[in-house]
Design a protein around this ligand. Structure first.
Ligand code: PMP
Length: 394
C-alpha cells in the first residue's frame, strides 16, 4: 500500500478534505513534497515554525540534549537543566508577576491547566470566554470554544460558562464576583485576525480587577514574536494573571506552558498535592529546543521585524482582485475575499503554484499569511510574485 492509501485507510483524520500532500522535507520557509515540488509555507504549521523549519540552532540543541537524556520521570520531580533554563529564560522576558512556569505538551493542555488553576485559586466555578475563540480540542478547552459548530455533538461539557462578544464593552458587565476567570486571546486568531478595538483589553483587565476575576490570555497562536512583540498582550498595555503558551514555543517540537505568579501557581501544589500532573510535560528535548527557539527570536530581533514584513504583504494584498479587507498585526494577516467560493478557487491555485495557505476555522472566506518570521525580504518578494500570479488566475 502507498503512504497515501494508508493515510486515508489507517489514520484517524479530523477532516473530510485534508490537504493530502505527501511531504518529504522542510527547510526555512520551504516544504518539499515527495515529488520534489517546492512550497513556500504561509501557515507555519499554524504559527508553530516561527523561526522556520529545522532551524540549525534548534537542531544543535536537540542533538546536545539527546546525548544526555530524554524522558526521566514525570514532570516536577527531578531538577532537569533544560526545563529550569527555559523557565528562567521565559520569566526573564515576561512581566514580573508571570514568574512561575508549568510545562505541558500542547496548547489544549496549557488551557486545561490554566482553567484548573483559576478555579482552584478563586474557589469560583464560572468561566467566561469569547465568541469565535478557539482554545483546543480537549473537553475543558472545547467547553470554552466560542462556536457551536465544533462542540454541539460532545455535550454535556463543563457547566457555568458564558460567552461574550469580542470588543463588546456592554458584555463586560457579565463579569462578576462569581467569575473565576475570563479566557481571552489578545488577538482573535481563528476568527480571522480580529484585533481589539478602543482599549477593549484594558477595559476587560479593569473589570477583572474589580471583580477579583483572573484574566487568562491564550497566546498559543499569537505568541513568540508573531504580533511584533514577544507576547501578543504586550501590544495592548495589559498583563494577564495566567498566560497560556504552546505552538511557536518549541521551534517545531511539542511543548506548552501556563505561566502565573508563584503564589497563584502554588495552589496546584497544596490541598490537594498533585493538583495538576503530567508525564511528558516539559520533555527535556522539547525544552532544549524551546530554549534555542527563544534565543533565536531574541537574538535576531524577529519580533521587532515582524511588523515591517507584515506591512509589505498588507500593501500588496489590499490591491488584489476580490480582496475586501486585510487585517494585520506583525507577520499575521487575515485576508477577506468576496466569497467562500472564491476562497476555494484561490486555495487550489495556491497549492498548484507552490504556496501552503489555509483559511480560518471561523471565517471561511478568509485566508492567513503567517510565514516563518525568519522570511527574508527576497523571499517576501518571491512569495508576493506567486501570490500575484494566483490572484491573476482567479
Ligand atoms: N488556543 C489557540 C488560540 C489555538 O490556535 C490553538 C490551536 N490551534 C489551541 C489553543 C490549541 O492548541 P493545541 O492544538 O496545541 O492543543
Amino acid at each position: 500500500m502507498t503512504n497515501r492509501e494508508i493515510f486515508y485507510r489507517n489514520m484517524g483524520l479530523p477532516s473530510t478534505s485534508p490537504m493530502g500532500i505527501e511531504m518529504e522535507k522542510a527547510d526555512g520557509i520551504y516544504i518539499y513534497d515527495s515529488e520534489g515540488k517546492e512550497f513556500i509555507d504561509l501557515v507555519s504549521g499554524v504559527s508553530v515554525s516561527n523561526i522556520g523549519h529545522r532551524h540549525p540552532k534548534v537542531i544543535e540543541a536537540i542533538h546536545k540534549q539527546l546525548e544526555k537524556y530524554m524522558h526521566l520521570m514525570v514532570y516536577g520531580e527531578f531538577i532537569q537543566s533544560p526545563q529550569v533554563q527555559l523557565a528562567k529564560n521565559l520569566t526573564d522576558h515576561l512581566p514580573e508577576n508571570l514568574d512561575a512556569v508549568y510545562f505541558v505538551n500542547s496548547g489544549s493542555e496549557a488551557i486545561e491547566g490554566a482553567l484548573k488553576l483559576a478555579k482552584r485559586f478563586t474557589n469560583r466555578s464560572e468561566i467566561i470566554a469569547f465568541k469565535n475563540a478557539y482554545h483546543g480540542g480537549t473537553h475543558g478547552a472545547l467547553s470554552i470554544l466560542g462556536n457551536e459548530s465544533l462542540k454541539f455533538a460532545f455535550r454535556p461539557l463543563l457547566p457555568d460558562i458564558r460567552f461574550l462578544g469580542f470588543n463588546n464593552e456592554e458584555d463586560l458587565e457579565q463579569i462578576t464576583e462569581k467569575t473565576a476567570c475570563v479566557v481571552a486571546e489578545a488577538v482573535q486568531a481563528e476568527a480571522g485576525i480580529l484585533l481589539p478595538q478602543n482599549d477593549f483589553l484594558k477595559k476587560l483587565r479593569k473589570k477583572c480587577d474589580e471583580t477579583g476575576t483572573l484574566l487568562i490570555v491564550d497566546d498559543i497562536q499569537m505568541g513568540f514574536g508573531r504580533t511584533g512583540k514577544l507576547f501578543s498582550f504586550q501590544n495592548f498595555g495589559i498583563v494577564p494573571d495566567i498566560l497560556a503558551l504552546a505552538k511557536g514555543m518549541g521551534g517545531g517540537m511539542p511543548i506548552g506552558a501556563f505561566v502565573a505568579t508563584k503564589k497563584l501557581m502554588d495552589s496546584l501544589t497544596f490541598q490537594p498535592e498533585l493538583g495538576h500532573v503530567t508525564t511528558f510535560g516539559g520533555h527535556p528535548v522539547s525544552c532544549a529546543a524551546a530554549n534555542a527557539n527563544l534565543n533565536v527570536i531574541l537574538e535576531n530581533e524577529l519580533s521587532e521585524k515582524a511588523n515591517d514584513k507584515g506591512n509589505i504583504f498588507k500593501e500588496e494584498m489590499e490591491n488584489q482582485k476580490g480582496v475586501t479587507e486585510v487585517r494585520q498585526i506583525g507577520l499575521m494577516l487575515g485576508i477577506d475575499l468576496e466569497s467562500e467560493k472564491m476562497m476555494d478557487k484561490l486555495l487550489n491555485l495556491f497549492t498548484r503554484n507552490g504556496l501552503i495557505a489555509d483559511r480560518f476555522l471561523f471565517r471561511s472566506q478568509a485566508f492567513r499569511i503567517a510565514p516563518p518570521l525568519t522570511i527574508t525580504n527576497e523571499e517576501i518578494e518571491k512569495t508576493i510574485g506567486i501570490l500575484e500570479k494566483c490572484f491573476g488566475e482567479l
